[in-house]
Design a protein around this ligand. Structure first.
Ligand code: AMP
Length: 285
């Protein structure tokens, strides 16, 4: 596995691979790698790509300095996981190269308006500007044929899809399913911050989603189910919503068809998100 930190060497590696006629598959991460990240790497390998993974804890997507400071970091473990997963090139860019002016704002920001105003965007001001800006830069340097993103961050996936479309990045975006622990908790780098009791209570996120996924109901019935199950677990709920999976507009009673249930909560100060597909049936009569 090649290990690169300089932006010029990173660009060079991707150029070389394309020159050899290979397809570069990108997996962008913030590290503290787990089996969810490994599933994206595996998806890239299944497509026959040369896998380039990036590991960068992007400060521009954290609006809360304490959250950034507490974000799990584990470079030795990440090197081992990346190697074992078959990453061909791991890029750990420096803050100085990614955002030279940091902590002063970077003059150029990519904003995906509309999608960035609801759910995660409403609770974390500037979060999606930070995400879109860093993904745009990573795509610009890498020039991948395919980019693999997880449905775990369903709204982020939609924002990246919109940005790729609007800015005409020449890349196929591949959305990958959520990987869960055996107890159903969606894998997240933040899970290591959960104590035993918090982790047990956090299972309500998955429980609430399974309850709505398995039945057909109106939007407000689904919302009530999510709220009831999360409420029983003593979580600090940020949202428990049922939205259109493309526009992220809240679904109304009377809407039919496929929607997305989106939940977010703080559990002992650790912010967790999860989501699942749901089917809506408009109210009868
Ligand atoms: P992160 O390191 O949390 O920024 O995540 C990097 C990529 O891995 C993003 O595309 C995430 O959506 C994806 N990812 C994180 N957790 C999971 C999971 N449990 N299942 C599938 N993909 C995931």
């Amino acid at each position: 596995m090649r290990l690169i930190t300089e932006l010029s060497a990173w660009r060079c590696f991707a150029d070389e691979q394309r020159g050899l006629g290979r397809r570069v598959g990108l997996v962008a991460t913030m590290g503290a790698l787990h089996a969810g990240h490994a599933s994206l790497i595996q998806a890239a390998k299944d497509h026959g790509d040369v896998v380039l993974a990036t590991l960068f804890v992007n400060p521009r997507q954290f609006h809360d300095g304490a959250d950034l400071a507490a974000y799990p970091r584990n470079l030795p473990g990440d090197l081992a996981t990346a190697r074992a997963s078959g990453v061909d090139c791991l890029v750990t860019p420096t803050l100085a190269e990614m955002w030279p002016s940091y902590p002063a704002p970077t003059p150029t920001t990519v904003s995906v308006h509309g999608l960035d105003e609801v759910l995660e965007g409403a609770g974390r001001p500037g979060h999606f500007d930070g995400v879109a800006s860093v993904v745009a830069k990573i795509l610009a340097v890498t020039g991948p044929c395919r980019a693999y993103f997880g449905e775990k961050d369903f709204q982020q996936l939609a924002i990246v899809r919109q940005m790729i479309h609007d800015l005409a990045f020449d890349v196929d975006l591949v959305g990958c399913p959520i990987v869960r622990d055996v107890d159903g908790l969606a894998l997240s780098s933040r899970n290591v911050l959960l104590g035993a009791d918090a982790r047990r209570r956090a299972l309500a996120l998955n429980r609430s989603l399974r309850a709505v996924e398995s039945r057909r109901a109106s939007a407000s019935e689904h919302r009530a189910t999510l709220a009831r199950i999360l409420g029983e677990a003593d979580l600090d709920v940020a949202y428990a919503e049922v939205v259109d999976p493309v526009t992220f507009a809240p679904c109304a009673d009377g809407d039919d068809g496929e929607a997305r249930a989106m939940v977010a909560a703080r559990v002992d100060g650790v912010r967790l998100i999860d989501n699942a597909p749901v089917t809506l049936v408009g109210r009868e009569g």
